[in-house]
Design a protein around this ligand. Structure first.
Ligand code: PEP
Length: 251
């Protein structure tokens, strides 16, 4: 049985007071959400305070980035073992904002994926096409390259300890959501591609959809057969929206 999951990506938002308020509300509503996984991926600086707030809850802690290097003279970087020190269970790698704004290519993303797993952290590997690529009808090619660079470096079986998030770049933070059918087509492509290499891995892999998911569109997206939940940006900062999205996993 595939695990369902909703992960919030706070991006570079929040402060100590707002974070506490947001999580108080989320914890109060979501702590008994059965087997589903809920995680919040927070800015590095807030890992310790969020870690202590999430203690004795079922909500998992995640980060939004990690260095590909283990340690050394890499000013400003944070290693996977440092994330482990704060019981970080998940880390987003390959988010399109990191790919586009910070020049992370497929190889760097693959190295970050490996670094996370070496420290026992589950990478949430983001893949997705731009609007130009979709219009040029190369969505599948782009996603295959993004996935294969990880599989070639790390091996297909490492996907047993990873989550994949399909995030069409044109849908992130734009208010434009992929239709459930558009998203399902790509999710099925991802799962079928992996199944050709290892059926067991494909059958158990959690594949999230991300891109302007809100309380009012989550249910129809999550109802699609290959969509196992969501990676949520903007709406994860609004307690009621995030709670509604997490609840949509159950419907
Ligand atoms: C994201 O940042 O991963 C994301 C999906 O953002 P949003 O939900 O705001 O589109």
């Amino acid at each position: 049985m595939r695990k369902k999951m909703v992960a919030g990506n706070w991006k570079m938002h929040g402060n100590l007071v707002d974070n506490k308020q947001l999580l108080d509300a989320v914890i109060a509503e979501l702590n008994g959400l059965g087997e589903d996984l809920v995680a919040v991926c927070v800015p590095y600086l807030y890992l310790p305070s969020v870690q202590s707030q999430l203690q004795n809850t079922k909500i998992a802690l995640g980060a939004q980035n990690v260095s590909q290097y283990e340690k050394g003279a890499y000013t400003g970087e944070i290693s996977a073992s440092m994330l482990s020190d704060f019981q970080c269970q998940y880390v987003i790698v390959g988010h399109s904002e990191r790919r586009m704004l910070f020049g992370e290519d497929n190889h760097v993303v693959a190295e970050k994926y490996v670094a996370a797993q070496n420290a026992g952290i589950t990478p949430i590997l983001c893949v997705g096409e731009t609007m130009e690529q979709r219009e040029a009808k190369i969505t599948e090619q782009v996603i295959e390259q993004q996935l294969m660079s990880v599989i070639n470096l790390a091996g297909i079986e490492t996907l047993n300890k990873a989550v994949v998030a399909y995030e069409p770049v044109w849908a992130i933070g734009t208010g434009k959501t992929a239709s459930p059918e558009q998203a399902q087509d790509v999710h099925a492509f991802i799962r079928e591609g992996i199944a050709k290499q290892n059926l067991n891995v494909a059958n158990q892999l959690t594949v999230l959809y991300g891109g302007s998911v809100k309380g009012n569109n989550a249910s129809e997206l999550f109802a699609m057969p290959d969509i196992d939940g969501g990676l949520i940006g903007g709406a994860s900062l609004i307690a009621n929206d995030f709670i509604a999205i997490c609840r949509a996993l159950r419907h």
